[in-house]
Design a binder for this molecule. Structure first.
Ligand code: TDO
Length: 182
């Protein structure tokens, strides 16, 4: 697994070594020691899978303390533009976002630690997204930010006027009004 750091501390890009042959391919999709080697030991305890159609935009979401979630994202079918926003108060990159295309074809994975809001937009006709989490889902601790907050100014790589967004996500607060950040 090739691990690349981004300019935002803690966000990692992972690229598995794919062994191709006449049968198809094989790769290790998860190896715990990868994160230990990075000094970032994570104990994943929940897996999620979501299917979406083109232009669906999910997010921005995070979970508050005491159950923050570290997420390891990958795409099983199609492609998405995956975005993490640094919401760690005091971080030198607070309020900044990082985006990366994850697809079934490129097999890239994205590690989003505690202290980030996360969302993605679907670029392909359909996309099947799979992610591991290090804490269980807690409805009571859900937090969110408005995906089109001008202060964050995310380029979602889709026509935002065509974005398909849940009712909940249309009403998420702006970063300046969110009072439960990290
Ligand atoms: C996230 C989650 C949702 N649910 C339920 C709640 C609800 O009835 C239904 C759909 O939930 P949502 O609308 O919140 O699903 P979704 O908008 O896909 O939420 C996800 O968005 C991405 C961007 C993330 O980062 C994830 O952590 C998660 O928040 O599934 C669970 O049972 N377990 C879970 O872990």
């Amino acid at each position: 697994m090739k691990v690349t750091k981004t300019h935002i501390d803690g966000l990692l890009i992972l690229e598995p070594k794919v062994h191709g042959d006449e049968r198809g391919y094989f790769f290790e999709s998860y190896r715990k020691s990868t994160f230990e080697d990075e000094g970032n030991a994570v104990n994943f305890i929940q897996d999620n899978q979501a299917r979406s159609i083109k232009n669906v935009l999910r997010g921005l979401h995070y979970q508050n303390n005491p159950v923050p979630q570290c997420k390891l994202l990958r795409v099983l079918e199609g492609s998405i533009w995956d975005v993490a926003v640094d919401i760690r108060k005091g971080s030198k990159t607070y309020g900044q976002w990082y985006g990366i295309e994850l697809s079934a074809e490129n097999k890239v994975q994205f590690l989003i630690p505690h202290g980030f809001a996360h969302g993605y937009a679907v670029l392909s006709d359909t996309a099947e997204v799979f992610y591991k989490c290090d804490n269980y889902y807690s409805k009571d601790c859900e937090g969110g930010l408005y995906y089109a907050d001008p202060a964050i100014n995310i380029d979602w790589k889709i026509d935002i006027s065509k974005a398909i967004v849940s009712e909940k996500d249309q009403k998420q607060p702006l970063l300046k009004d969110a009072n439960n950040l990290f």
